[in-house]
Design a protein around this ligand. Structure first.
Ligand code: G3H
Ligand code: 13P
Ligand code: ZN
Length: 325
């Protein structure tokens, strides 16, 4: 069945790689994730956001994830290492409901709350979840951009001096931090970037690896999580724009930085936007080049293939989690 993150993260830290956490809210995304993980033998975290629950129905998503374990075996993956994780839980009740319905891991995101309230809420979720062997991710520090419905205009890096106290008081199994990543396809404004003179493309400011190093020093061997880690592949953005889309100045995290992070205590890297871009690019291309098609399989199929290619690339070329499950 589904597994929690405990052993998965311990292995990832020791092995110097990161486990991919991919969001899903539909069948094609889930198939692409499982096919990619099965082919590469990579542990994988299936993430469900509050928005995904509202969109696709939590019961359906839960059984889809459980079915995915069987599907993975059919694909020849003898011992699938698959986690079903709540992404950005914003209340005790939401986390409890996911624990009760069979999620193997939950995130309680109290990062927008005052410190003491974040501690109290996170601790309450941990006390409940651990009774059922469900692992819990907490968050300290605020990411710029949109964290579900919480809009953070500015990012506030995680304060390394707070992490030991937070982890000790709450008992969390992993900690999401803020070192300059953010959610969505517009992670940096053009003003924050420099321009590559050769390509004319925007080059984002570097992540705060000094903050990450300071956190690692405080919490040796403790699992760290990076949200907002899409790279916004330029070829997908170009395809979308070529076929009628209008994505302007979309900028992500360079894969080189994620590669470096994956070798550190960062053992979970969250990617959602890149999958959305891969899906949209493929669908737009079919709509534009084969306007007579109206069978959804004719555009959702290519979308699935394009997402699978992206997931395999992330696993093998960026996170290094292939062959670890
Ligand atoms: O962190 C946000 C994830 O990308 C999920 O996004 O809330 O639109 O489902 P969502
Ligand atoms: P991206 O928007 O960069 O894909 O981040 C996803 C995420 O952090 C989900 O929690
Ligand atoms: Zn996130």
């Amino acid at each position: 069945g589904l597994v929690n993150t405990r052993e998965m993260f311990a292995k990832a830290i020791k092995g110097g790689y990161a486990v991919p956490a991919f969001n899903f809210n539909n069948m094609e995304q889930l198939q692409a994730i499982i096919q990619a993980a099965a082919e590469t033998k990579s542990p994988v975290i299936l993430q469900v956001s509050k928005g995904a629950r509202n969109y696709a129905n939590q019961t359906l998503l839960r059984y889809m994830a459980e079915g995915a374990v069987e599907y993975a075996k059919e694909l020849g993956w003898a011992k699938p290492q698959i986690v079903l994780h709540l992404d950005h839980g914003d209340s005790f009740e939401l986390c409890k409901s996911c624990v009760d319905m069979g999620f193997s891991s939950v995130m309680i995101d109290g990062s927008a709350l005052p410190y003491d309230e974040n501690v109290a809420l996170t601790k309450k979720v941990v006390e409940y979840a651990h009774q059922f062997d469900v692992t819990v991710e907490g968050e300290l520090g605020v990411l710029a951009g949109v964290e579900d419905e919480v809009v953070a205009e500015e990012s506030h890096y995680t304060k390394p001096e707070e992490v030991v106290d937070f982890v000790t008081k709450t008992g969390v199994d992993s900690l999401a931090i803020s070192i300059g990543t953010s959610h969505g396809a517009y992670k940096f404004t053009p003003e924050q970037c420099t321009v590559d003179p050769k390509t004319g493309r925007l080059v984002p400011p570097p992540l705060a690896f000094d903050v990450l190093a300071a956190i690692e020093k405080e919490l040796p061997g403790f699992p760290i999580v990076l949200h907002g880690s899409s790279s916004v592949p330029q070829e997908e953005v170009d395809t979308i724009n070529k076929y009628g889309g209008a994505l302007k100045a979309a900028v992500g995290i360079p894969e080189e930085e994620l590669r470096k992070a994956a070798k550190s205590a960062v053992c979970k890297i969250n990617i959602d936007s890149d999958s959305r871009l891969a899906m949209t690019a493929a669908i737009r291309e079919v709509f534009a080049t084969k306007p007579a098609e109206f069978d959804p399989r004719k555009y959702l199929g290519p979308a699935r293939d394009n997402m699978k290619k992206l997931y395999i690339h992330k696993i093998k070329e960026v996170l290094g989690s292939d062959g670890k499950a």
